[in-house]
Design a protein. Structure first.
Length: 485
């Protein structure tokens, strides 16, 4: 953001400004980053295809990766292949739907897009759903950091006393919060996180290499021989498809930053956005499938819900990958944090909400037309510091508190995928796209042609709502049996 009242934008001529505004690269907004200011500012798009692909891949590839091998074990490898094909297709088309609608807005957020599609009630539901979903995901990141660092650091330094601070999971969570998570979550724009995202992807790529090494070159000493693998689900659980699809939906979770990616991308044509979708979908599925099938082919029916708990603790490669994953999720945290801040901004202040009546600010202090007018076409990156930093505190404090209280990861993947994950990543994109087509936001090139993507959205909606009851049932069943670890 550059303040147009203090001369910082003097390099842009009026002709250049008009040309860039037409191509979406620059546009005027009335907002103030500094509290108490009201200035005309120029929003400069800086996102590239590379940086957007990296950030979207990092948002998509998270700790859900280490639960997919267990999904293959439960469903059998044939259904596992079908699940990857289905989820890859769903991920691609729903991401396309979100970005196609988002590019109709100069600034895109859940609130702004829902207002554009004339379904404001969807914004309220989606914002609360998104906050719950991503706060739980961030909590699981902190839990993983605490558990893995408390396990590997004593092995590295040679400490065998359980009372040692190196064994204290809460200590390691606090260290990562202070050194990595707080500084990166203060950053307002997603594009600024491209280098940390790239580092996180390198960590997950190393995980992939390690899994392949143990699967095909040197199996761990405690791995079964021969490995018991199944083509089909076990006879006692013939409907495991409904049990494991929630794990896959949770893993394919990059949708929430689609709006931010579209807003920040230079010249966001559908051709350029399609390149980003193809890049991140292909890379994500490659990592997911490599880790899932590599882990399953190594341990077969002995595969655990957390794949890394299946491997020997004293193996150097396992120690390295556990440390790498701790840093990977620490640098993935701010991407989810950006999503949470946008949704919280709408819930608390009414950011991006037209004619706001239901934000906490409006309910407590009443409607303030000046504040409402200032915020209704903005996203969270444009609000004053006094509004922004309390959101940062919430994003960090709640996952930190939850991870201090519990370290149960056994069914977070399933419950997240079965409920708010399915809504955010399957139902919301399809519902939003349907109303965008219905209300004229998206129109086919030929008005006489059948708008097939509109009816694809209807099909995805029916499928998403149909799957939820089965997935929730099996998530509860897993919780009661508690045998996935």
């Amino acid at each position: 953001l550059k303040d147009s009242t203090n001369g910082h934008h003097q390099n842009y001529s009026s002709a250049t400004m008009e040309e860039d505004v037409a191509s979406y690269n620059l546009f005027q907004v009335t907002a103030g980053i500094d509290e108490g200011t009201e200035t005309e500012q120029v929003y400069v798009r800086k996102g590239t295809i590379w940086s957007s692909s990296v950030n979207l891949s990092n948002s998509n590839i998270g700790i859900g990766t280490i639960g997919l091998a267990y999904g293959i074990k439960e469903s059998g490898w044939f259904l596992g292949i079908l699940l990857f094909v289905l989820c890859h297709f769903l991920n691609h088309i729903t991401m396309y739907m979100m970005m196609e609608v988002a590019r109709q807005c100069k600034v895109a957020s859940y609130a702004i897009v829902c207002n554009k599609c004339q379904v404001p009630v969807l914004q309220i539901v989606s914002d609360y759903s998104m906050v719950i979903n991503k706060l739980l995901s961030c909590s699981s990141y902190c839990i993983l950091i605490g558990d893995y660092m408390a396990l590997v650091v004593p092995q590295i330094v040679g400490s065998h006393e359980d009372a040692s601070i190196y064994h204290n999971r809460r200590f390691w969570i606090s260290v990562f919060i202070i050194l990595f998570i707080i500084p990166t979550n203060v950053v307002r724009k997603i594009d600024a996180l491209k280098y940390t995202s790239f580092f996180a992807l390198v960590c997950f790529f190393y995980l992939t290499i390690m899994v392949q090494y143990f699967a095909y070159i040197e199996p761990p000493s405690q791995a079964p021989n021969p490995v018991n693998i199944s083509v089909w689900p076990q006879p006692e659980s013939p409907l495991s498809f409904f049990k494991t699809i929630s794990l896959f939906i949770y893993a394919y979770g990059g949708h929430p930053i689609a709006f931010g990616i579209t807003t920040e991308l230079v010249n966001p044509t559908m051709k350029r956005l399609n390149w980003i979708i193809w890049n991140f979908c292909t890379f994500s599925t490659f990592i997911f499938a490599s880790v899932a099938f590599g882990g399953y082919l190594t341990y077969g029916e002995e595969t655990k819900g957390n794949l890394l708990n299946t491997y020997p603790d004293d193996a150097n490669a396992v120690i390295v990958v556990r440390v790498a994953l701790c840093f990977a999720v620490a640098f993935s945290f701010p991407l989810l944090g950006n999503v949470i801040k946008n949704s919280l901004g709408s819930i608390i202040y009414g950011v991006g909400v037209k004619n706001d009546q239901y934000s906490w600010y409006a309910l407590i202090f009443g409607k303030d037309e000046f504040v409402q007018k200032d915020l209704e076409e903005k996203d969270v990156t444009m609000i004053p510091a006094s509004f922004y930093y309390p959101l940062v505190v919430i994003v960090v404090a709640i996952p930190f508190t939850l991870s201090m209280i519990t370290n149960k990861l056994s069914v977070i993947f399933q419950f997240n995928g079965a409920t708010v994950g399915t809504f955010n990543q399957v139902i919301f994109p399809a519902l939003m796209y349907y109303f965008a087509c219905r209300n004229g936001v998206i129109q086919p090139a030929n008005k006489d042609a059948i708008h097939w993507k509109k009816w694809a959205a209807v099909f995805i909606l029916i499928m998403g709502f149909s799957l939820i009851p089965f997935m929730v049932y099996y998530a509860i069943d897993t919780l009661l049996r508690d045998d996935s670890q």
